[in-house]
Design a protein around this ligand. Structure first.
Ligand SMILES: N[C@@H](CCC(=O)N[C@@H](CS)C(=O)NCC(=O)O)C(=O)O
Length: 242
């Protein structure tokens, strides 16, 4: 059995894994796990990832969860170009620094805005109060300022002149608020330039293909979500924005 990647491209960490594998010509079987249909909660998927989250990887009898671990596994196993996860001690530490920070910050706040503007209204049948959306937007802007000042500092990429896993992970997360209709790049020329460089480095076509579904998420209707899961999802997501 070859390498299998369990993915739903609506999910940011899945898109990072997908783009990384495709852009490095890593051979894999795309195993689609549709979150909206609850396919991540099946007994079959639990054998791959008992945490019931995507992305997940199976390589023979070896299974792995967590996008960062999966990206590093792929980088090491397929010996991808060094810039992705540099062997230089301090450059590597810069990538680690961003990947450690981003989970609660860019990921947390970007997701929160997407949930507040798209998924929760879809499940609840009505928009969230505007003050909730405003406060989620403000929280996102705090971490965007930190991202620009601490991590980018006007450099072409997070670790200087070359793209690394940190840039890819960051950009797929920032596309989530964009998909909710909040174009954060409009008012941030430094970020817009960085986005252009990251897209070019991975290939514009691949980047667009990976983001097609999420960029259409605003048009999804509630009937796409398995009826027995709607209430469960709603409660789970409300906890994340309250
Ligand atoms: N820290 C994990 C997060 C994975 C994650 O939260 N995946 C979401 C999609 S973005 C998921 O599978 N959610 C399903 C659920 O929580 O029920 C990673 O980086 O892989």
């Amino acid at each position: 059995m070859g390498l299998e990647l369990y993915l739903d491209l609506l999910s940011q960490p899945c898109r990072a894994v997908y783009i990384f594998a495709r852009c490095n010509n890593i051979p894999f079987e795309f195993k689609r796990v549709e979150l909206m249909k609850g396919q991540h909660r099946t007994e079959e998927f639990k054998k791959v990832n008992m945490l019931m989250k995507v992305p997940a990887l199976r390589d023979g009898s070896f299974t792995l969860a967590e996008s960062v671990a999966i990206l590093m596994y792929l980088a090491r196993k397929f010996k991808t170009p060094d810039h992705w996860y540099p062997s230089d001690l301090q450059k590597q530490a810069r990538v680690d620094e961003y990947l450690s920070w981003q989970q609660a910050h860019i990921r947390g706040k970007g997701s929160k805005l997407f949930l507040s503007k798209v998924l929760i209204p879809l499940l609840a049948g009505q928009p969230l109060p505007p003050e909730k959306v405003e406060s989620a937007t403000e929280e996102l802007n705090v971490v965007l300022n930190q991202f620009e000042e601490k991590f980018l500092q006007g450099k072409p990429f997070i670790v200087g002149n070359d793209i690394s896993l940190a840039d890819l992970v960051a950009l797929v997360e920032l596309m989530q608020p964009v998909a909710s209709g909040y174009d954060l790049f409009e008012e941030r020329p430094q970020l817009a330039e960085w986005r252009r460089r990251v897209e070019e480095a991975v290939g514009k076509q691949l980047f667009q293909e990976a983001h097609e579904e999420i960029l259409n998420a605003k048009n999804v209707t509630a009937d796409k979500i398995a009826p027995e899961l709607r209430e469960h999802f709603k409660q789970q997501l409300l906890k994340q924005v309250n």
